[in-house]
Ligand binder design. Sequence first.
Ligand SMILES: [Zn+2]
Length: 122
Amino acid sequence: MVKIKREALELALGASKNTYPDEFIALLRDNDEKTITHILVLPRSTYGKGFSSVDFNMLPMFSHSCGSFHSHPVPNPRPSRGDRLFFAKLGDVHLIAGYPYGERDVRAYDREGKEIPLEILD
Ligand SMILES: [Zn+2]
C-alpha cells in the first residue's frame, strides 16, 4: 500500500497536463508515516515523447527521495521495460499517470514493477 497526499498528487497531475504530450518526471519524498507528501521536480530533467530521464548528477541533493512519478502521453499507466530498469535504481515506490491525468489514471508500482494499491489522503 502506498499513501500520497492529495495536494502532492494534484501537483504532479497538473504538471503532467502542462508537459503533455511530453512526459513529466519527478521524484517523491515521504514523511515518517511513509506517506508521500512532496513532489521534487529535478533541474535538467529531460522530458520527451516516449521517454524521460533524470540527470543522475542531481540525485545527491534528493537523497531522501522514496521513489518516482512520471506521466505517459497515452491512457496506459503500465511500466515499460525501460521504466522497470529505472524503478530499481530510484527507490521503492513508483507512480505512473496515464493520459488524461485524473486521479483514476494513476497506478503505483514497487521497484520490480508490480502494481501495489494506492491510497489518496486528504
Ligand atoms: Zn513510463
